[in-house]
Design a protein around this ligand. Structure first.
Ligand SMILES: [Zn+2]
Length: 112
């Protein structure tokens, strides 16, 4: 697997974990099947995956959070921003390694 592909997979993994966390805490249990996320969040995740899949900047950019601004459609962008805002800080507790990686990447990107 090449480097870009690896980065892509990692990015998708981070987004998935963030959405899962958000759904678990924010959405009613009744909307979810055991171990699953609700249909709304599933749709969001599918969209995020698709964007990542098609992202032409994968080689240069470090993480999608910095770049979503350009490629997500507005209503989805708002959705994902809420997820990031909620799950971002909490990722430190649940997925410290991913969270730190995400943080470093975002920092690097904003320096440019
Ligand atoms: Zn949900």
């Amino acid at each position: 697997m090449d480097k870009v592909e690896k980065k892509r997979q990692k990015e998708q993994h981070v987004v998935e974990e963030m959405i899962r966390l958000y759904c678990r805490k924010k959405h009613p249990k009744e909307d979810r099947q055991a171990g699953q996320i609700c249909p709304v969040c599933q749709e969001l995740l599918d969209y995020a995956r698709l964007r990542s899949e098609k992202c032409p900047f994968m080689t240069e950019k470090t993480f999608c959070a910095n770049c979503k601004v350009h490629c997500y459609k507005p209503e989805v962008r708002e959705q994902i921003r809420q997820v990031m805002r909620f799950s971002g800080p909490r990722m430190l507790i649940y997925h410290p390694v991913l969270a730190v990686w995400h943080l470093i990447c975002s920092k690097k990107e904003s320096k440019k």
